[in-house]
Design a protein around this ligand. Sequence first.
Ligand SMILES: [Zn+2]
Length: 291
Amino acid sequence: MELTGVSLIFASIVVTVLGLVVGSFLNVVIYRLPREGLAVTRPSRSFCPSCHNQIPWYDNIPVLSWIFLRGHCRGCRAPISIRYPLVELLSGLLSFFIFQAEGVSLRYVFYFYFAMCLTAIAFIDLEFMVIPDVLVRPTYLVGLISAVASPHISLPGVNLWGYLQKLGWNETLISLAGAALAFLAGFLSLFLLSMAYKLLKGHRGLGEGDPPLMGLIALFLGLPSILPVLLLSSVLGLLSVVMLVFSGRFPKSGLGLRPIPFGPFLSLAALIWLFWGQRFLLWYLPPHVYG
Ligand SMILES: [Zn+2]
């Protein structure tokens, strides 16, 4: 459905506010999921991690409350992490831009869910060095449903898909097979890399959660996204290590340097590819390959 004029502006505001509100919920997920004894839905009201007082609704308005309270709890004056308004703002912007790209469509719903999942994973991995299965596994299902509900054949080498069509495969089946193939290739790319590293070095170089996350990213973004996402995330990771080392802020643990999580870089690279990947492929590949 194409929107224009006032209805487009109105819809853009609605999806941005939706993003801000979902971002506020993501903050709860990011805080509670990795912590023992806290359920995402219980307690149902948000509380201050310092004084454990319930936060009234007017102190829980995305971004604005944090600015108004100048980043401190109203009750105990404990500082509130900048992560809170940051996640809310990021979610609002992601919702806005995905809507601009996809319009009123199922693709908006699926990509928005995917982007929110990546955001939660990135911030949890950054702090806790873990990618919760409970975030990744249900999102596999959403990815498969998206391949069925809104078939997209994002593969270069259209000839192969033309060939499958000639064999009588319909669009949905090809889309589903493409998504499953992409998942497998994405998962194996990091799984095999991680195995090879372990064989050579004797210890793990990647987190256990990284191959499933790469599988998830490939499931949503298609086979052609795997190599660019891996390259981009490695470059982003390397750049931030260099920046941390030069600024003297590289996290240390015990004797050595603390390993840095790869999940945030994979997530960031996936989001970049979500917005600019298709354009890059069209520019990079000759039209007869990409069709
Ligand atoms: Zn407090």
